[in-house]
Design a protein around this ligand. Structure first.
Ligand SMILES: Cc1ncc(COP(=O)(O)O)c(C=O)c1O
Length: 481
């Protein structure tokens, strides 16, 4: 007996129109100049979104129109090449199209049998990633929401493994009665690593915080001393691409220490791991391949639409053991391909492999190399232009794509001047920047990571900095020392 046919008129009226509306809007959205900054106040956004839920249904196409009207004034222009505020990405249109298909198909990438296509796309992307990043090809890859969850997954595998080495079965006994794990991490490591550790049962007092240098990177001397002074299972968390300085830790020395102490070495390479695609940057990540796990984002430098991150673990069995979700109904056959949930904390989830596959295929190896190279080259150019502006300077050297601008100490209140400079850049110059508090001062952080940001944008930005600074200096509040 055949299954009942789907009523075509029903599909057209109730399902097709909202899609047509969204597709038409999507086709023109990036073609017109748009404000980079939200234009609505918090209250105005609440007035639009936070209405009582209607008792009766609303036609889908009308809802899409309402959503566009409500959301547009609160959108941030991180897809625009003049966006420098945080280390984000530009959601490349190819990935957006693939992401639409992901939703159209409505697949659940839980297990192979819930979506063989989603599972095999992940197999393909895993292979491409390991090849591009030149990491051991036998590593396993979890397709997660971003670097925070990638760190969580990798550190869960680390926790399982270092405890198992001491005869403690974490999956059976949990953390209760487990030997104390020593976790070595820079005092300036990215906040997401601390969050991941907290979710895994480790608080601030359980960490050995290693003093950092001017670039926020661990002092290897201090790390060495701390490791000698402590006993028990050990995990080291190192950084490839510091959130502020873009700097890289000394992986050769750190990997030696990890080996000496039988420690698990995890590398947070949310964006910095992509330096691996450029031969001229090989020196930055030398030794990093000796780590046990790595976290890296797809939604940052690869421009995959949010959310996309990859947890890469050298010991696939440890990865699986930490993430295991098995049940009698989660069917698995011998001929099945990769079972996604073995590498992820979730069971049901978005088929993230499709958008990653589409972007990587569309850029190709050379496109990915060019993307990273152009941002790094433009960052160096921007730093030179900033250093030529009297009254401001770039802190440290530009290693990658991150630039930190500070106002000169010759002024009485450089931090307030930096905030004022950011305010003028944002309000008068069509760019999106943000300040940060770092090492006891207010700085302006520029991240060059959106596809399309290049020399013409950075030249425009440096001119904007020069003229905004002039305006700041004209304010009598800001005197010299
Ligand atoms: C070095 C580093 N690690 C981790 C993260 C967290 O990444 P996500 O926000 O994708 O979870 C970031 C975000 O900028 C980062 O720069």
């Amino acid at each position: 007996m055949a299954a009942p046919a789907v009523r075509q008129d029903h599909i057209k009226v109730s399902k097709q129109l909202p899609l047509e509306r969204a597709a038409a809007y999507g086709q023109t959205f990036r073609c017109q100049p748009r404000p980079l900054h939200p234009t609505a106040t918090t209250q105005q956004l609440r007035d639009q979104f936070c209405k009582p839920l209607p008792e009766m249904p609303t036609p889908g196409e009308a809802v899409i129109d309402q959503l566009i009207a409500a959301a547009e004034p609160g959108l941030v222009g991180n897809t625009d090449p003049n966006f420098y505020a945080w280390v984000m990405g530009g959601s490349d249109p190819v990935g957006v199209a693939a992401d639409w298909l992901t939703s159209i198909w409505g697949q659940n990438a839980a297990i192979f049998q819930t979506s063989p296509a989603a599972a095999i796309a992940e197999e393909a992307v895993s292979e491409w990633l390991l090849d591009l990043l030149d990491l051991p090809r036998s590593c396993s890859v979890g397709f997660v929401t971003g670097a925070t969850m990638a760190g969580f997954v990798a550190l869960a595998a680390a926790r399982t493994t270092v405890l198992a080495r001491q005869g403690h079965d974490f999956e059976q006994n949990g953390l209760q009665s487990a030997p104390l794990i020593q976790i070595y991490i820079s005092d300036d490591s990215h906040a997401s690593n601390l969050a991941a550790l907290r979710h895994l049962g480790f608080g601030e007092a359980n960490l050995v915080r290693i003093p950092s240098d001017a670039d926020g990177l661990m002092s290897t001397e201090d790390l060495k001393m701390a490791m000698v002074q402590t006993v028990g299972p050990k995990i080291i968390i190192a950084t490839a691409g510091h959130i502020n300085s873009g700097g890289f830790e000394n992986f050769e020395l750190i990997a030696d220490l990890a080996q000496e102490h039988n420690a698990w070495l995890h590398v947070d390479g949310a964006f910095g791991l992509w330096a691996r695609v450029l031969p001229e940057m090989a020196h930055l990540t030398r030794g990093l391949e000796r780590a046990d796990s790595w976290s890296v984002d797809g939604h940052k430098w690869l421009q995959i639409p949010y959310d996309s991150g990859f947890a890469i673990v050298k010991d696939a069995q440890a990865h699986k053991r930490a993430m295991d979700i098995s049940a009698g109904y989660l069917n698995q056959a011998d001929e099945d391909g990769r079972n996604p949930t073995e590498f992820n904390p979730e069971l049901s989830r978005r088929a993230r492999g499709f958008a990653a596959w589409a972007i990587m295929r569309s850029l190709g190896k050379s496109g990915i190399r060019d993307l990273v190279a152009e941002h790094c080259e433009s960052a160096r150019g921007l730093a030179e232009q900033i250093d030529a502006i009297p009254g401001v300077y770039v802190i440290g050297s530009v290693t990658l794509n991150q630039i930190i601008l500070a106002v000169s100490h010759e002024f009485a209140d450089p931090c307030a001047m930096t905030k004022s400079l950011a305010g003028i850049l944002n309000s008068d110059h069509g760019v999106f920047v943000r300040t940060a508090e770092w090492k006891g001062r207010t700085v302006l952080r520029f991240s060059l990571i959106t596809k399309g940001t290049g020399a013409s944008q950075t030249q425009f930005l440096s001119k904007a900095i020069r003229s905004s600074l002039k305006q700041v200096l004209e304010n009598p509040v800001f005197a010299k020392n």
